[in-house]
Design a protein around this ligand. Structure first.
Ligand SMILES: Cc1cc2nc3c(=O)[nH]c(=O)nc-3n(C[C@H](O)[C@H](O)[C@H](O)COP(=O)(O)OP(=O)(O)OC[C@H]3O[C@@H](n4cnc5c(N)ncnc54)[C@H](O)[C@@H]3O)c2cc1C
Length: 498
């Protein structure tokens, strides 16, 4: 059992993800070594958080200015947060194009979507170049319907790109969705070839290795308790401090734990996402036809996202398991038995062939969901040399690459296309204050859960439930599919497996 202290208080990590349990034992003793921050250290740039965002920022900074002295300070181990626990869906932002255009304008919106597609490819080329064996498979994403009500929910999303000359999404017949997705419950869908799958923790740990090889100092087991001073800024942990000219905060849902970022509590809501993994059963996958490396998610608000693994398991995720009040979250955001069992029931409902297969791993993690599903970056108001980036909203595996580019540019005070986009102008949208947010969110989540339960049983949900569900914020995993509606919080129960 590991203890992690964070700005939101100490927490026990009892359930490392399958991904970390696979990755850590295979590391060399040298790679496994961890250094704690002790004494008074100095760096040009200090990065808080050793997930994808922090690691990519360090790597791009080193690429642009190799002589920079960079330190990363991480409370747990690199990859211990969302980066080592996610579903491994490396998605582009084509499904977010409407929102990108709305927030950033036509030119920047299209450019960011194109760059997001490049980021997926970059994950593959970078991994290959640096020997990061993270099971990168560029075989796309099946976005399917698992109830009649979900059919065609993707139409406006697909039109957003095709009407701008990019035919990204390809239609899938019922038969094709069932065959390629391996479930008799699928009724059709669309296919996005720009997506790739990765083993998330192998990617995070590989980035850590490359960062160290490039001379980045990494302090782990070193929870940041405060950032004080002006120039330099002083990053403090219980064991020591780093004084740095510039500090980059890459703390994901933990960000508001820093005094300077308390105000971000209204800029996003922390949602727990839950994943279970089966024992390896390549024989069953072979029998049901899910032999490609395509990622699959359905189109419910409490989204199901699932993929196979290199050794023939199903890793099955379910969004929206719990919602934090005012941004404070505890152990239930790292593992919750009840939610894991519910997630397993959904897996078995969608994959009846796996009804008797053991669930060997279960874990959860915090998702930093913003009102429109896009991240935000910027500089602290009172400290120009304190920059931040967060809000990937459950879609960070590939977008954190470009997030790292934006943060590197902000840290170097560069005026370039990355820093000129509206994403780099701080949070633009806010949730209502507490207790309205939590109470309202609870009512909406309950309505979604009931609506989807009814729809899973093949009936039409009453208008009042649809109305209430429409108040959910955009996207857990992707953007709202139906024109004029918003997609959202995950969390429903399907009809009981028959
Ligand atoms: C269960 C789950 C499934 C997901 N599935 C997908 C998916 O399939 N595809 C996708 O694109 N995205 C997915 N995401 C989202 C994606 O994982 C994140 O957007 C991405 O990993 C964010 O990276 P990050 O570096 O910003 O955050 P993190 O990886 O969370 O890094 C932040 C780090 O800060 C550290 N920290 C916290 N407090 C302190 C402190 N006081 N001092 C120092 N360090 C501290 C944490 O330990 C953590 O390592 C999922 C997320 C979850 C939780």
């Amino acid at each position: 059992m590991l203890t992690l202290k964070s700005p939101t208080g100490p927490r026990e990590l009892t359930h490392r993800s399958l991904w970390l349990q696979e990755a850590l034992p295979d590391e060399t003793p040298e790679a496994r070594e961890r250094e704690r921050l002790t004494g008074q250290q100095r760096a040009d740039i200090c990065i808080l958080g050793g997930g994808y965002t922090g690691l990519w920022t360090a790597l791009f900074l080193k690429e642009r200015e190799p002589s920079l002295d960079i330190a990363i300070v991480e409370a747990d181990i690199c990859g211990g947060g969302a980066s080592g626990r996610n579903g491994g869906f490396a998605l582009s932002w084509w499904s977010k194009l409407s929102t990108l255009v709305k927030q950033c304008g036509e030119d920047d919106g299209m450019w960011l979507a194109e760059q997001s597609e490049e980021a997926v490819k970059f994950l593959g080329t970078f991994s290959e170049e640096y020997g990061i064996e993270c099971d990168f498979r560029h075989e796309g994403w099946l976005w399917v319907a698992s109830s009649e009500a979900q059919l065609d929910t993707w139409v406006s999303t697909a039109e957003a790109s095709s009407s701008r000359g990019r035919d990204v999404f390809q239609p899938l017949s019922t038969e094709e969705s069932q065959r390629r997705g391996g479930s008799p419950r699928y009724l059709g869908g669309i296919f996005d070839p720009t997506a790739a799958r990765v083993q998330p923790a192998l990617l995070a740990r590989g980035l850590r290795r490359v960062a160290r090889e490039r001379g980045v100092r990494i302090y782990e087991d070193s929870p940041v308790t405060s950032v004080d001073g002006t120039v330099p800024l002083i990053v403090r942990t219980p064991g020591g401090s780093v004084s740095a000219d510039t500090v980059v905060s890459a703390l994901n849902a933990w960000t508001p734990g820093l005094r300077q970022f308390e105000r971000f509590r209204r800029a996003f809501v922390t949602i727990a996402s839950d994943i279970v993994a089966t024992e390896p059963r390549p024989d069953l996958l072979l029998a049901n036809g899910w032999t490609g490396a395509e990622l699959v998610s359905d189109s419910r608000m409490m989204v199901h996202y699932h993929r196979t693994t290199a050794d023939g398991r199903i890793a099955f995720g379910k969004g929206g398991g719990a919602m934090s009040a005012a941004g404070y979250f505890g152990d239930a955001f790292h593992y919750d038995r009840g939610r894991s069992e519910l997630t397993a029931r959904h897996l078995r409902w969608l994959y009846p062939d796996f009804a008797d297969v053991d669930i060997t791993h279960a874990w959860s993690g915090p998702v930093d969901r913003t009102p429109n599903g896009l991240p935000f970056f910027g500089r602290a108001k009172e400290r120009e040399n304190l920059v931040y980036g967060l809000g990937f909203s459950g879609n960070g595996v590939a977008p954190c690459v470009n997030g790292g580019r934006i943060l590197a540019s902000l840290a170097l005070r560069e005026d370039d296309r990355w820093t000129q986009t509206a994403l780099a102008r701080g949070p633009r949208n806010f949730f209502p204050p507490e207790p309205v947010r939590f109470l309202g969110g609870s009512v909406v989540r309950r309505a979604i859960r009931e609506k989807e339960r009814i729809e899973d049983a093949g009936s039409e949900a009453p208008a009042i439930l649809k109305y209430l569900a429409g108040f959910a914020p955009e996207t857990y995993f992707k953007l709202g599919p139906k024109a004029g509606t918003q997609q959202a919080l995950p969390g429903s129960e399907p009809a009981e497996p028959k």
